[in-house]
Design a protein around this ligand. Structure first.
Ligand SMILES: [Zn+2]
Length: 329
């Protein structure tokens, strides 16, 4: 690699995800490839973790993660795809790609419980709608999905995946304290949106009236509450549930956002993400391999083998570190 390109690759490591996405979409030729390589490096371990919940072997999970990565890059290059929330979008593409595989000749590479899940949800039944209808807490998921992408992203990384502020700051191009204040605003925005959704869906004027008091009640938590509201919460299960969820919005969000966005194996993904984190880094050689984007088939095979070897070594390192470190995030 020429010294100039090497310097550009180093600078990529300092860019935020939205900036890298912008470069993939509209950057000059080589910058596009370098930006794609950096996005790959940052999110590949998470992608593999999720792909592994669909596939029988780690090699197949590697193929699935690679195909989803290429699809996401193509979406961005075509002017679609995420602008900020790279990781949640990529994970969703992994699930959709696996669903496509299940309808094609790659079906045998998928785990039986994943194909069974796809079959259960085939025929026009929207698994999302099914989950949401099954629980009134759909409101929280819907409110989350209606937030600005930047808020969704910061909540996804800080609350759902519990990444440290410094790490999230690197992805979003913010200082750790910037992440903390963005996350606080996003949580407040979520509370607000959730309360509005709750009030809009209220069945009675009484519930509507008390919805307006719930936010204040949450802020006064532990102090004396409005007696009428207390009586209503005793009598009305729906408002009481909303009140509880507002009190522990982080816990509710962590439990529900993955189901809302990923649908398949959401909790397994989140648990494995937070059990050995921040320790796996794909090698810096990957951006070099991505230079001549789009990849030719032989390059793609080479790229996959390299990526797999890198990740295998990284996973081994992670396994050792996981023994030494109970929890990092
Ligand atoms: Zn009520």
């Amino acid at each position: 690699m020429a010294a100039e390109e090497s310097a550009a690759a180093t600078r990529m490591g300092e860019q935020s995800d939205p900036e890298l996405i912008r470069l993939v979409n509209a950057g000059a030729g080589n910058l596009r490839s370098l930006a794609a390589g950096e996005l790959f490096r940052r999110h590949h371990r998470a992608a593999l973790t999720y792909a592994r919940t669909c596939c029988r072997t780690s090699g197949q999970a590697e193929d699935l993660a690679s195909e989803a990565f290429l699809r996401t890059i193509q979406a961005v290059r075509g002017g679609a795809g995420p602008r900020i929330a790279w990781r949640p979008y990529l994970l969703t593409v992994i699930r959709n790609t696996a669903a496509d595989w299940s309808r094609r000749d790659q079906r045998s590479t998928l785990l039986p419980d994943f194909t069974a899940w796809i079959e259960r949800n085939a025929g026009g039944v929207d698994p999302q709608a099914h989950i949401e209808a099954a629980d009134e807490r759909e409101l929280l998921v819907r409110s989350f999905k209606a937030l600005p992408e930047r808020w969704q992203t910061v909540l996804w990384h800080t609350v759902v995946e519990e990444e440290p502020a410094a790490e999230v700051g690197r992805l979003l191009g913010l200082t750790p304290s910037g992440v903390a204040s963005l996350a606080a605003r996003a949580r407040e925005g979520l509370r607000e949106a959730y309360l509005q959704a709750h009030a809009a869906a209220a069945q009675t004027p009484e519930c509507q009236y008390f919805s307006a008091l719930l936010a204040a009640a949450v802020r006064r938590s532990g102090k004396r509450q409005n007696a009428d509201l207390t009586n209503h919460l005793r009598a009305c299960g729906r408002c009481a549930r909303t009140y509880r969820e507002l009190q522990s919005i982080n816990i509710s969000l962590r439990a529900l956002a993955p189901i809302g966005l990923l649908q398949w194996a959401a909790h397994r993904y989140v648990e494995s993400q937070t059990s050995h984190v921040g320790m796996v880094q794909a090698a810096s050689v990957l951006p070099t391999l991505l230079q001549d984007w789009p990849l030719t088939n032989s390059r793609r095979r080479l790229f996959k083998r390299m990526a797999f070897a890198t990740v295998a070594a990284a996973l081994l390192a992670a396994a050792v570190l996981a023994i030494l470190t109970v929890r990092h995030w």
